[in-house]
Design a protein around this ligand. Structure first.
Ligand code: UDP
Ligand code: MG
Length: 320
């Protein structure tokens, strides 16, 4: 088994790759690691793939995967993770913003201190202010929601125990929330390390302003799916019950009032003239619909529940 797998998502980074590779090789030689570098070419339209091919010809430890089109950073990481053989898996960006000199200390935190995951923290960031300010807000919200004390969830530089990457699946733009996904899978020993961050040397950033909208929506779905994936009825059923019951109570109240009035012979508005009646109607219908949604979701989960949704940390007398 190798000591290290370095997984690097690549989208149009042709200028950076040779420099980055040489630097990693130098670092690895200094600390005498056995390692592999896995470049995942995420549908680059420049010459990144041929650069990777050239590099891989010179060094067998350099491996490459190419997507037929651009699927996004999360997809690239996910596939890289599935191929990684090292005891420790380190991810970093291809744009030379992350320094390979950080790999060694990250490796040590995983192996010596037993962290499941260590995330980099770009304390001194070299990014435009349009990125750093929303990012602060973002990290604060994520910290609050997840209870994980990290300053910088989205740092590209992270290190993992091998079993962690084999047990988490990321898609869409979920790479921003890997620490949350890992924690929910049971890998709760999450550490942080301040890392050097550098300005982008070549090329341009691949994420625009839409990152904030998408990122926020992803946070909601990540939290929701995690909490209710196995029991959607707990969510929809509860809301549906509240809605249906309030509709029902209002209807009963209206009916009793009407009957009373009829008995006593006093005048009372027609039921259909009262706003409350319409509110009750809507509440009843919405309640039933939420319930049905819950049932459908429940059926889907029971169809899809796979054993791989559970992370098994040990087995006894079953191996072999
Ligand atoms: N990246 C990718 N697919 C994408 C977008 C980005 O593989 O669709 C890679 C990119 O090549 C880089 C890393 O993800 O290695 C981080 O991207 P970028 O530097 O543009 O993000 P930023 O540093 O601006 O957050
Ligand atoms: Mg970058």
């Amino acid at each position: 088994m190798l000591q290290l797998s370095i997984v690097i998502p690549v989208f149009n980074e042709e200028e950076s790759l040779p420099e980055l590779t040489a630097w990693i090789q130098k670092e690895m030689a200094i600390h005498q690691y056995t390692y592999e570098i896995i470049f995942v070419n995420d549908g680059s339209t420049d010459s990144s793939w041929s650069v990777i091919t050239d590099l891989a010809e010179q060094d067998q430890r350099i491996k490459g995967i190419e997507f037929i089109r651009n699927y996004g950073k999360s997809a690239a990481l996910d596939v890289g993770f599935s191929k990684a053989q090292g005891d420790v898996v380190v991810t970093m960006d291809a744009d030379l913003q992350d320094s390979p000199e950080e790999i060694h200390p990250l490796y040590q935190m995983i192996t010596l201190e037993g962290f499941h995951l260590v995330s980099g923290w770009k304390k001194k960031r070299h990014d435009p202010i349009t990125k750093t300010i929303p990012s602060r807000f973002f990290n604060a919200v994520t910290r609050l929601l997840s209870g994980i004390k990290l300053h910088d969830f989205n740092c590209g530089l992270k290190a993992y125990q091998n079993k962690v990457v084999k047990n988490i699946h990321i898609y869409g733009e979920m790479h921003r929330y890997i620490p949350l996904i890992a924690k929910w899978q049971g890998f709760a020993k999450i550490g942080e390390r301040e890392v050097v961050h550098r300005a982008r040397k070549y090329g341009v950033t691949k994420f625009g302003i839409e990152r904030f909208v998408n990122g926020f929506l992803d946070l909601i779905s990540v939290s929701f799916v995690n909490r209710y994936k196995k029991k959607p009825m707990h969510f929809f059923g509860a809301l549906g019950t509240i809605s249906f019951l309030s509709g029902f109570i209002i209807t009963v109240k209206l009916t009793i009032e009407k009957l009373n009035a009829l008995n006593k012979g006093t005048s009372v508005r027609e039921i259909t003239d009262q706003p409350l009646f319409f509110l009750a109607l809507v509440a009843l219908i919405v309640g039933v619909q939420l319930f049905l949604t819950g049932f459908l979701a429940e059926m889907m989960t029971s169809n899809n529940s796979r054993q791989s949704d559970y992370t098994i940390s040990n087995e006894i007398n079953l191996l072999g």
